[in-house]
Design a protein around this ligand. Structure first.
Ligand code: ADP
Length: 499
C-alpha cells in the first residue's frame, strides 16, 4: 500500500484557491445564472476538493448563443492556418503546464499520478497537435459528371455548433478527443464535462483563452447530466452532439436529439474479449491482461474484462494473472508508487462492489481480491482490490454487463470457433485482444470479432491517427485519425453551368 503523497504544485494550489470555479462562456469565466454550485470530491479521501458553479439550462442557453455568434461571425473569418496555429499553441501550453494538469487530474479522478503524467497529459497535447495538422488539409473535390457541361465540385464545411458531453474516466483526454477535431474543422463547441471531474476541463479552458481562441469558439460548462447534459443534447440550435458514456445515456441522447434531427455520434461501453491461445507468448499475455483490466482502475470502456483462456492453459494462466494482480500497489493517486488508485466516486464504488457480490452469487470464484480495500487510510476512499474471477461462464451477469472497475472474468474456451462465438456473444462491440503466435489464426479471429478495435499481441494501444469507436451497442462514429473529420464536417455539392 502506498502512503506518502506528493506535495501539490503551487499552481494547483493557486487554481484551487480561486473558488467556486467558474465556467467558460463567450471567452469569460462566469458564475452560473442560478448561482448554484456543486462539490467535487477527492476519491482517495472522500473530502471536498472545491466547489464549482453548476451549469443548468440557462447557462447552456448562453453558451450555445455564444457559440452560434462565434460560428456565424469571427470564427468563420479565421483562416485554416490560424486555426492550426491556435491548436498548436494550446498543445504547447498543455505541455508547459503538464505537471499541474497531471496533479489536478489525479486529485479529481483518483488515477495514479504516473498515468496522468505518462498518458493523459502528453496524449492530450499530442491530440491537439495531430488535429492542428488537419486544419489546413480539409478540402472538397471536383467531380467529372456525365450529365452535361458542368463544373461540379464539393465544399467540405463545418457542421456548426457542436454539443459535446464527456465522461469522468479520462476527463482531460476526452475533452481533447472532442474539442480538437471539432475546432480543427471550423466548428464552435459547448463542452459539458462530467460532474465528478470538472477541474482539468476548466483549467484547459484557461489555457484555451491564453492560446488566443476568439470568444465563444470553445465554451466549457460543468453540470449534471439530467439538467445541463439534457439541455445541450435537446437544444434546437445545436447542430451536432458528440457523446461518450453509458449506452443507456446514449439512448437518451438520441431521443433528445430528435427535436431538430441533430447529428449524433456515440462512443458507449464495452465488454471486450481478451483472447489467449495456448500458442501465445504467455508472459506478454499476462502483462497485457493486467494492463488491459487494471489500467485506470478498470474504468475504461475498452478494458479486456472478459478474459478468454484456452482450456489447456486456463489454470496456469489464471494463477499467473492473479499473482501479478495481487502485487499491484494500491494507494492514493498522488503517491508516486501507486499503481492502482481509488474508483472515481462513492456511486462507482457501490456499483462495482455490487457486481463483486453478484459474481460470487453466480458461482464465480474470486482467486484474487473480490472486495473493497479498507486497510488503514484506504477505508476513507473508494478503493477496490484488483479482482480476478475464475469459473466464469459467458452467460453470467459479470460477463455480460459493464462493471467499469478493476475486475476481470476468466472464461475457458475449447477452440477458435468456440471463442469467436463466445467473444461475439455480447451486446457490445468496442474492442478485443488476441494473443497468439499463429499469424493466420490472429487474422482470422480479428476478422470474425465484431468490434471497432482489435489488438493482436498488445492491448490498450492508442494513437491520435487511429480510429476508435464501436460496433453494435458500443455506439457509432469514429473518433481519431481522418475519420473524425466525417463527424465534424458536411459536404455541399456545387454545380456551375458552363454552357
Ligand atoms: P456514468 O454513469 O459512467 O457517469 P454517464 O453516461 O451517466 O456515465 O455519464 C457520461 C456523461 O453523460 C456525463 O457528462 C453525464 O453528466 C452525462 N449525462 C448523464 N445523463 C445525461 C442525460 N440524460 N443527457 C445528457 N447527458 C447526460
Amino acid at each position: 500500500m502506498a502512503t506518502k503523497q506528493l506535495e501539490l504544485h503551487q499552481s494547483v494550489v493557486k487554481f484551487l484557491s480561486n473558488a467556486p470555479k467558474k465556467m467558460l462562456i463567450n471567452g469569460q469565466f462566469v458564475q452560473s445564472v442560478s448561482g448554484k454550485t456543486f462539490e467535487t470530491i477527492n476519491p482517495a479521501t472522500g473530502e471536498v476538493i472545491t466547489k464549482v458553479y453548476e451549469a443548468d439550462k440557462e447557462d447552456i442557453e448562453k453558451a450555445v448563443k455564444a457559440a452560434r455568434v462565434a460560428f456565424e461571425g469571427p470564427w468563420k473569418k479565421v483562416p485554416p492556418n490560424q486555426r492550426q496555429m491556435l491548436l498548436l499553441k494550446l498543445a504547447d501550453l498543455i505541455e508547459k503546464n503538464a505537471e499541474e494538469l497531471a496533479q489536478l487530474e489525479t486529485l479529481d479522478n483518483g488515477k495514479p499520478i504516473r498515468e496522468s503524467r505518462a498518458v493523459d497529459v502528453p496524449v492530450t497535447a499530442d491530440h491537439f497537435r495531430y488535429y492542428a495538422g488537419w486544419a489546413t488539409k480539409i478540402h472538397g473535390e471536383t467531380i467529372p459528371v456525365s450529365c452535361g457541361n458542368f463544373l461540379t465540385y464539393t465544399l467540405r464545411e463545418p457542421v456548426g455548433v457542436v454539443g459535446q458531453i464527456i465522461p469522468w474516466n479520462f476527463p482531460l483526454l476526452m475533452a481533447a478527443w472532442k474539442i480538437a477535431a471539432a475546432v480543427a474543422c471550423g466548428n464552435c463547441v459547448v463542452l459539458k464535462p462530467a460532474e465528478q471531474t470538472p477541474l482539468t476541463a476548466l483549467r484547459l479552458g484557461e489555457l484555451i483563452m491564453e492560446a488566443g481562441f476568439p470568444a465563444g469558439v470553445i465554451n466549457i460548462c460543468p453540470g449534471f447530466g439530467e439538467t445541463a447534459g439534457a439541455a445541450l443534447s435537446g437544444h434546437m440550435d445545436v447542430d451536432k452532439v458528440a457523446f461518450t458514456g453509458e449506452y443507456i445515456t446514449g439512448r437518451k441522447i438520441i431521443q433528445a436529439s430528435a427535436g431538430n434531427l441533430k447529428r449524433v455520434s456515440l462512443e458507449l461501453g464495452g465488454k471486450a474479449p481478451n483472447i489467449v491461445f495456448v500458442d501465445g507468448d504467455m508472459e506478454a499475455a499476462v502483462k497485457g491482461c493486467i494492463g488491459s483490466v487494471f489500467f485506470n482502475q478498470g474504468q475504461v470502456c475498452c478494458a479486456g474484462t472478459r478474459l478468454f483462456v484456452e482450456n489447456k492453459i486456463y489454470d496456469e494462466f489464471i494463477s499467473k494473472v492473479s499473482d501479478r494482480a495481487g502485487k499491484l500497489t494500491l494507494g492514493p493517486g498522488l503517491c508516486e508508487e501507486t499503481q492502482m488508485g481509488p474508483l472515481v466516486s462513492s456511486d462507482q464504488l457501490k456499483r462495482v462492489t455490487g457486481y463483486l457480490e453478484t459474481g460470487k452469487k453466480e458461482g464465480a470464484k474470486p482467486v484474487c481480491g473480490g472486495d473493497r480495500a479498507t486497510d488503514g487510510d484506504l477505508q476513507k476512499g473508494y478503493f477496490v482490490k484488483p479482482t480476478v474471477f475464475a469459473n466464469v461462464n459467458n452467460k453470467m451477469k459479470i460477463a455480460q454487463e459493464e462493471i467499469f472497475g478493476p475486475v476481470v472474468s476468466a472464461i475457458p474456451f475449447k477452440d477458435i470457433e468456440d471463442v469467436i462465438t463466445q467473444g461475439n456473444d455480447t451486446t457490445y462491440g468496442l474492442s478485443a485482444g488476441i494473443w497468439t503466435k499463429d499469424i493466420k489464426k490472429a487474422h482470422a479471429v480479428a476478422k470474425a470479432i465484431k468490434a471497432g478495435t482489435v489488438w493482436i499481441n498488445c492491448y490498450n494501444v492508442f494513437d491520435s491517427a487511429a480510429p476508435f469507436g464501436g460496433y453494435k451497442q458500443s455506439g457509432f462514429g469514429r473518433e481519431g485519425g481522418i475519420h473524425a473529420l466525417e463527424l465534424y464536417t458536411q459536404i455541399k455539392a456545387v454545380w456551375v453551368n458552363l454552357d
